[in-house]
Design a binder for this molecule. Sequence first.
Ligand code: SF4
Length: 462
Amino acid sequence: MGNQGPKQHGYRNMALKRTGDGKKTNQKAYIKTFGCQMNEYDSERIAYHLTKAGYTLTGRLEGSDLIVLNTCAVREKAKNRLYGHIGNLKKHKKENPHLIIAVGGCTAQNLRADIQKDFPFVDIVFGTFNVSQIAQLVAQKQKGRSNICGVKEQGFDYQLGQSVRPQPFKAFVPVITGCNNFCSYCIVPFVRGREKSLPPEAIAAHIKDLAHQGVKEVTLLGQNVNSYGKDLDQAIDFSSLLEKMDPLGIPWIRFMTSHPKDFSPKLVKVVAGCDQAVNHIHLPLQSGSNAVLEKMNRKYTQEHYLGMVQDMKANMKNCSITTDIMVGFPGEEEKDFKQTMHVVKKARFKRAFTFIYSPRERTAAAKIKDVVPLASKKKWFGELVAVQNRISYEENKKMEGKTFQALVEGYSPKDKGLLQARLYDHTVVLCRAPKQLIGKMVYLEIKQAKAFYLIGNYQGKC
Ligand code: SF4
């Protein structure tokens, strides 16, 4: 999945007035999520196990009895930000000595000993392989145990359906966990383990259940969904899995993340032929330079990548492609960066999540000494963002005057008088419409394009 968790996600301070079917404790639990969609899904699982144990989920850190930080290890910045967050919790512990603090996720999996050493007031450290044990670990703390480290080296505890969704009309469905690719800059294979596919029957049964619950959008999740099925006895790949899920009654099926080395023309045909699969593909490029791609151990070339872009745009109606791009990888030179810009201008991505390379301990790239001057990194990053923002705006501009299906997700974070909806390619559309439409599929006519969102007019329900 790499870093397709482009933005930092907080467990959006939503007070979910749910109580577990176990004994009610009136204890409040606050969950904060950092990182990617897989982490968001793990937070929904944490919410499930804590509500089953009787906790009430709260959107407010202040006054909570249990604080769970679900962490991301994908970049140095994420780790520094996390350490800042954990440090801030010390004062809450002073104010309420009964407060329980638990730190989980990829940084906990990777740096469990450091966290316990640097933050002795943290009660529980748990990992990515035993999220379902969070309630037991909290119970151990309540019985008086301290400095609990429940991190496992490997394991698989995913039970589809054991999750509490912040937005009941949207659902993440992991189809494969872990990653075998070992891109040289990436920490994920070290903290999420080897690829493990969920059985297609279990996925199908779960999606039927979600359709029965009225879910409008499902995102099939995996660090690299295109590897789906390689570890299963039965012969099935991701394209076949998608075809099986298409007729099960979910209006919109998304999937992320794809890996260019495994992305196939067969999948393009299947997406184009499926009624429910959206014509939006997130395909991380990372770099346009073959020399840098080789050092990144990405196992594809610029030519191969552009060939797939061409295939998608030729065969998928209104095809929308988003990507991840990194600048400043060790050894990168001006000529390499120019290759990245060549792909950006040719592929015309709808959006790109852009990063400056930062070394991750334990990764192969962290051992490469040839560091790119910060001035070059910043200059390239600025140029990349400027060119991509212009392309995103021009692609948004092409949507003006057209009418699209959209899923209404809630109120606009910036203006409560407006509703926020998303198009098939995740583009945000703000519109004036009755709040009863939240969670519904509607038609919106695009009136105005902005760099990062659109303004639309409500045209009726789908
Ligand atoms: S190793 Fe590569 S494919 Fe796997 S999660 Fe990391 S970036 Fe994605």
